[in-house]
Design a protein around this ligand. Structure first.
Ligand code: ZN
Length: 255
């Protein structure tokens, strides 16, 4: 363990015992954002640095924008848990995890304060300057663990981060009044949706049947990319936003 934080923005260095060498990956190529889901940032810091917690992350940002580093970037922190993206399951080995303090959905889910968002923005830029992380691999915990996790949630301002060049983003298409696809639906259009979500990276199998697994993934997609309505139904707005994201990703990859 190094004796100093990797990021010059971290004003606190609180090493957690919950860390180990990265497995089969020398340098991270994903950035995963979380909320703490706890009452206070102090309680979160205490928990993340306790051996019995068996969880950690690389950075913790509090509501006033203070940044603590907990695990060195060279090491594997324990933040993603059971997760999957682009066919890979050991996301802790390939990612850097940032916990952003917010009590979360179980405790009224307040807005993320301005000072906190500024710090998150600066920290992400700092990390992205140090590691080759593609825009479409800056993700929410909910993206990689749909159904199990909701953080950092629909109040997290991904559009704002994107304006600073952090993450892949397109202006979401406004939701209309169409029913769209939903649980119980079957057929070609469901298969196409499953294929596109799979191609984007989500853990979706192409079965042509809209089951609860797909519903949870659509919810996760909406939470990140179309936060105006999170209902697990693939309406035109959801499908068109996904199509535009795939196109935007190809454009980035081709440039
Ligand atoms: Zn999380």
């Amino acid at each position: 363990m190094t004796a100093a934080p990797d990021s010059p923005l971290a004003t606190l260095w609180c090493p957690s015992p919950n860390r180990e060498p990265r497995r089969g990956v020398s340098t991270p190529d994903m950035l995963i954002l979380h909320y703490t889901g706890m009452e206070s940032a102090e309680a979160a810091l205490d928990w993340l640095t306790r051996e019995e917690a068996k969880v950690s992350c690389h950075y913790l940002v509090d509501e006033e924008g203070r940044i603590a580093q907990i695990v060195a970037e060279s090491e594997r922190a324990w933040h993603a848990g059971q997760s999957l993206w682009a066919g890979e399951t050991d996301l802790n080995s390939r990612s850097i995890g940032i916990e952003i303090h917010n009590p979360g959905h179980d405790f009224d889910y307040p807005a993320f304060p301005e000072a906190e968002m500024q710090a998150v923005e600066a920290l992400c830029l700092d990390i992205l300057a140090r590691h080759a992380i593609a825009p479409d691999r800056v993700l929410a915990h909910s993206d990689v663990a749909p159904g199990r996790k909701r953080d950092p949630g629909e109040k997290f301002d991904w559009a704002r981060l994107a304006r600073k060049g952090i993450g892949l983003w397109v202006e979401p298409v406004a939701p209309g009044t169409d029913q769209g696809l939903g649980p119980g639906d079957e057929g070609e259009s469901v298969a196409r949706l499953q294929q596109q979500l799979h191609d984007f990276g989500y853990g979706v199998e192409v079965t042509s049947t809209y089951g609860t697994g797909l519903e949870k993934v659509v919810e996760a997609f909406q939470r990140h990319f179309r936060p105006a309505r999170i209902d697990g139904r693939a309406d035109l707005s959801t499908r068109e936003t996904l199509r535009r994201l795939l196109a935007a990703r190809s454009a980035v990859a081709g440039s």
